[in-house]
Design a protein around this ligand. Structure first.
Ligand SMILES: CC(C)(COP(=O)(O)OP(=O)(O)OC[C@H]1O[C@@H](n2cnc3c(N)ncnc32)[C@H](O)[C@@H]1OP(=O)(O)O)[C@@H](O)C(=O)NCCC(=O)NCCS
Length: 199
């Protein structure tokens, strides 16, 4: 048997790769093209790409939001999953946040094994986010503590204290609130990188 090792390079997303990055990320992630481009123009330092040769292998990007950095999306091409590329992109992203002065990174996990991915990378689950259809009255079932209700022109989001990280508890909460979706919110503190003064 012959073994071939792929060389994966992780670095900032180059402006000329924006089209490829967008085509690629929309397979896994949701934001529209305009928002993606607007965020890139505002904070290109928060866009990380993984490349194998001249092809994109993954993308990770975020933006400032309510005094934090929100990790909007991370995706690795399916056939390259489980090779440490996602974790390496996260480390690069965190280094960029640190270089920009540090912040809390927060994100909404897609759920399932993705929760494990963030836990393994040092993120802590802090809330459960429940998505309710627009105009639905918010019920307050017993046994849950609601931290925040965010209404928008679209769905309403409830943020609830976490009782457990188990899939069973998440599903129990989703049903209790009659929510369309339930996702764990994770966060991680990334301190600013200290500048060392040259002698
Ligand atoms: C989530 C994602 C970016 C992970 O990328 P990756 O390069 O495969 O992740 P890593 O190889 O760095 O995995 C690190 C750890 O996460 C966990 N993990 C990652 N993928 C997993 C899987 N498919 N099943 C179980 N655990 C998994 C494991 O603990 C893994 O460590 P291990 O391989 O030593 O056991 C990738 O699966 C992906 O692109 N998914 C689709 C898009 C998506 O859901 N993005 C998240 C949006 S919130």
């Amino acid at each position: 048997m012959t073994e071939v090792r792929l060389r994966v390079r992780i670095g900032r997303l180059r402006p000329r790769d924006l089209d490829e990055a967008y085509r690629y990320q929309r397979v896994y992630l949701t934001p529209g093209r305009r928002r993606f481009e607007r965020c890139f123009r505002a904070r290109p330092d928060l866009f990380v790409a993984a490349r194998v040769g001249d092809r994109m292998a993954g993308i990770c990007w975020g933006r400032p939001c309510r005094g934090r950095i929100f990790l909007d999306g991370i995706a690795v091409f399916g056939w390259l999953w489980r090779n440490g590329i996602g974790s390496a992109m996260l480390r690069e992203f965190e280094a960029r946040v640190a270089a920009a002065g540090g912040s809390t990174i927060s994100l909404v996990s897609a759920g399932g094994f993705v929760d494990r991915f963030y836990l393994k990378n040092g993120y802590s689950a802090c809330q459960l986010r429940l998505r309710l259809p627009r105009k639905r009255r918010v019920n307050r079932p017993r046994g849950f503590e609601v931290d925040q209700v965010r209404r928008s022109r679209g769905p309403t989001f409830l943020y609830v204290h976490i009782g457990s990280l188990s899939h069973k508890w998440v599903e129990h909460a989703r049903r209790a609130f009659r929510a369309e979706e339930a996702n764990l919110v994770f966060e991680k503190e990334v301190p600013g990188r200290k500048r060392t003064r040259r002698a």
